[in-house]
Design a protein around this ligand. Structure first.
Ligand SMILES: [Zn+2]
Length: 307
């Protein structure tokens, strides 16, 4: 009987296009996820307020903020389930789940997990969130190896391991994730990591007005080596991403760290009564210009230093 059941399961796996049932198993064990969740915060996390609680709130329409004070997590709700962008740290998972619940939603209804980029402060909690939700992880080919290894091979966070997360679907540039009437589009903006992914979606405000929200990946250098390049093609990738982001049209800028999109100030304006506090057609262009200038200055500095 046991043999027959196993055979049936295998036949079903082949029918549904799976190579092996292994690929549905988590990459991190419960013990690894639990240990990471309870481990002390590193100095970067403390100084960056990566795990400092922040009261969750609705940004606009079906887009909600469920992150910490220093690092973002965005919940996009639909009648068919939800989409969660970014997992912050492994230690942040209980906060994110509680924030989702405080807004009246349930982590178990999250169907898709997306990621801006595979650094520990945005990817560390993904394995724990995947365990809690059973959601499918969608990521770019460029960041998939880092997500599935639970470690990046370069930059200031090299050596800071996080629970590896199983990637269920690889998304290409222009690829979409659709659920319950909402569609998110992936825009590959590599540089900060090889697979850095900016997402965009249409959203309506309380007044019914249509908007385009962009979830910026980040194009900061963040202490990474540009000379020599941390990975082949890194400088050209940054420059192509600045050009691509310059051409994007979005009137709501959201980003992985609070200071990139004035989280606290805009939230304060919203509490004071401005329902469109996060609507700002100039914000994406300004952020892109600032990051591009900072990148070119840092590249020059590293070139001089290298002699
Ligand atoms: Zn980063």
């Amino acid at each position: 009987m046991r043999v027959r059941v196993a055979g049936l399961a295998l036949a079903m796996a082949f029918q549904s296009g799976c190579v092996s049932s292994e690929q549905h198993h988590p990459l991190a064990s419960d013990a690894v996820i639990d240990a990471a969740e309870h481990s002390p915060l590193n100095p970067f996390a403390v100084s960056g307020r990566w795990n400092k609680p922040f009261a969750p709130f609705t940004i606009i329409g079906n887009i909600h903020y469920v992150g910490t004070e220093g690092v973002s997590a965005f919940l996009i709700t639909t009648p068919k389930g939800h989409i969660l962008i970014d997992g912050i740290l492994a230690q942040s998972v209980p906060q994110i789940i509680a924030n989702i619940q405080a807004l009246g939603f349930d982590i178990r209804d999250v169907k898709f997990l997306l990621n801006s980029h595979a650094h520990i402060d945005h990817a560390g909690g993904l394995a724990g969130l995947q365990r809690a939700s059973g959601a499918k992880m969608v990521a770019s080919a460029g960041d998939r190896p880092t997500l599935e290894a639970g470690a990046i091979g370069f930059g200031p966070t090299k050596g800071m391991a996080f629970p590896p997360v199983r990637v269920d679907r690889v998304i290409a540039d222009g690829g979409t994730v659709s659920l319950g009437g909402t569609t998110l589009t992936a825009h590959l903006t590599p540089g900060h990591t090889q697979g850095c992914t900016t997402w965009s979606m249409s959203v309506r405000g309380a007044d019914g007005a249509p908007h385009t929200a962009v979830f910026h990946c980040s194009t900061t250098v963040a202490g990474q080596a540009l000379v020599p390049e941390s990975w082949p093609g890194m400088v050209a990738a940054y420059r192509a991403s600045f050009a691509k982001l310059r051409d994007m049209k979005a009137d709501i800028l959201l980003a992985p760290h609070d200071d990139f999109f004035d989280l606290e100030a805009r939230r304060a304006r919203q509490i004071a009564g401005d329902a469109n506090a996060f609507v700002d057609p100039g914000a994406l262009g300004l952020l892109n210009d600032d990051m591009e200038k900072a990148f070119e200055a840092e590249l020059e500095r590293q070139k001089k230093q290298a002699g």
